[in-house]
Design a protein around this ligand. Sequence first.
Ligand code: ADE
Length: 240
Amino acid sequence: MIFEVVTLFPEMFSSVMSSSLLGKAVEKGALTVHLTDPRAFTTDKHHSVDDTPYGGGAGMVMRPDPVVAAIEAVEAARGPAHKILLAPTGAPLTQPTVLRLAALPRVMLVCGRYEGVDERVRAFCDEELSIGDYVLTGGELAAMVVVDAVARRLPRVLGNADSQLDESFEAGLLEHPQYTRPAVFRGAAVPDALVSGNHARIRRWRRLQSLLRTRQRRPELFARLALSDEDRALLDGEEP
Ligand code: ADE
């Protein structure tokens, strides 16, 4: 999978893209990230990428011309991409969106900066995504979040395909608690079910924990679940 990132701060990406799982994905050729700086597409002598807002107000707005020139140059050089603008006004990034993007061959992430991007840039993008209801100084960290979440869903990136099966959010549930050695840590023992060796019991314990956690921590996700008869029985068994 190829990511094309359009950013005024390409240097922000180097450590994230070379570390850990992402670094390995790049090494294996499962993931390619090209960085393009719109500043290289400015035509004035000061290489301006931003300007004051029409109508007045504080802050600077990213000019549309260098960004759109960068988008067009990338597509002319390497082919069409699904283009995403990262901005706090976008649709919230969720795991279903991550899975949809992981199936695409080439995704372009356009990072906004400063107080915003000229509205006319939106017409050159296919969608707009936000990573949450807070405002970052720019779209770069959001773009890295998208690359990270998508990359771990690519074939050949995660070592163990099983580890993707019961993941948080994919079934609309939070993941169950996980334990490893030691069996007792500072007086806290691993739950009996997990050391029972009884696979059916372990599965039921994990399912119940996922349900309880989701109900407690994310009631809006819980409300959307289609509970099975077994889920209801597990929850009933739990309740006094
Ligand atoms: N740029 C600034 N804040 C952002 C956010 N929450 N998501 C995506 N891009 C952003």
